[in-house]
Design a binder for this molecule. Structure first.
Ligand SMILES: [Zn+2]
Ligand SMILES: [Zn+2]
Length: 158
């Protein structure tokens, strides 16, 4: 299996590309690019905003949304709906899948070769099936420890 790693372009390249396409580049936007670069947490707009506020207290959530949507439009990041309550954004543009913790909502990238999956023709009814992304739901290692700790306490009390 070949993992083709396609990530968001660097903040410097994005600044150049934004300028070339006539978009405004503000210090806030540049900082958003930096927050997203190499970010593996699959952040929500709110969590990007929270991180941005630490350095730029006057920034608005609207700026964050606008910048994220422009990056989606440019194919630099992907919006994800993983059933965790809010839209998340992924700067990892390679074909990949996700492990989602249903307790803390952490998301981890997963590389799987699913090209060999055979869909029975009678179920496709002429549909030309394209890409597929798999989401596995469960508990991350931290939450597994926490959950088993809780059940031990419950047993003790009971
Ligand atoms: Zn967890
Ligand atoms: Zn991902």
């Amino acid at each position: 299996m070949v993992i083709e790693c396609r990530l968001m372009r660097s903040p410097e390249e994005l600044v150049k590309s934004f300028r070339e396409s006539g978009r405004k580049v503000t210090p806030q936007r540049e900082k958003i690019f930096q927050i997203l670069q190499g970010n593996k947490t699959h952040p929500t707009a709110e969590s990007v905003y929270a991180e941005l506020l630490r350095e730029m207290p006057t920034v608005s959530l609207k700026t964050v949304y606008q910048t994220l949507h422009e990056l989606v439009g440019m194919g630099e990041i992907s919006p994800l709906d993983l059933g965790t309550g809010s839209a998340r954004f992924d700067p990892n543009q390679s074909t990949h899948h996700h492990l989602v913790c249903t307790r803390c909502h952490s998301v981890k990238d997963l590389y799987l070769d699913i090209e060999d999956i055979q869909i029975p023709g009678e179920q496709l009814e002429g549909f030309d099936a394209g890409t597929a992304e798999i989401t596995f739901r469960g508990h991350c290692s931290k939450c597994r420890t926490a959950v088993s700790g809780q059940s031990q306490i419950a047993v003790h009390q009971g």
